[in-house]
Design a protein around this ligand. Sequence first.
Ligand SMILES: [Zn+2]
Ligand SMILES: [Zn+2]
Length: 205
Amino acid sequence: MLLGSVAPDGGTTHGLGLRATAPVPAGTVVWFPCPQCPTYTPDQLGLLPPDVVDRLDTWGHLLSDARMLVPCAGAYLMNHSCTPSVLDFGLDFGVAVVDIPAGAEVTCDYGTFNGDPESWSMDCVCGSPSCRGEVGTVDHADPAVRASWVERVEAVLPAVRAVPQPLGRLLSTHSAAYRSVLDGLSRVDGSGDSVVRPGFLGVSV
Ligand SMILES: [Zn+2]
Ligand SMILES: [Zn+2]
């Protein structure tokens, strides 16, 4: 599920991406894996043509139960940045960690996606001054990178409780992490799961 004020847009550095159509205050939940997001088991993927699997692999991410999930409502188009405006580390939803102005691209950090049992990496062209150059499995294993994600996520948790949450009703139903944040959660697990273990799988974070 994707925030209504974030929409697909073609004019980004990576081709297709997402852009804020209205200001998105820090603390706003931008997207989360929901029961309407299409998922594919390894057996189902095995029956699809390779080019379709490649496309799903580009758009989706593996869950902790080995299914591939493709974020619905256009959220699958979110590009990576090494200085992302949205983070999900230690949560099962992506939250704006900065105030995102109208017109700005909305990005997340692919390094948090640790559901793939195989190691993977990609060259990064995000253009951030703190670009890591290469993004992949190594990031999640790097304590310094994880610490930076934890710091940015924990800094914004009070704002999650304070700002309007257009997705709040659905989140309360489907996200264990969101309920924990509303209950006053101030720290996240730095060993970390993320949207690879969504609340709708019935697993608490
Ligand atoms: Zn969904
Ligand atoms: Zn980068």
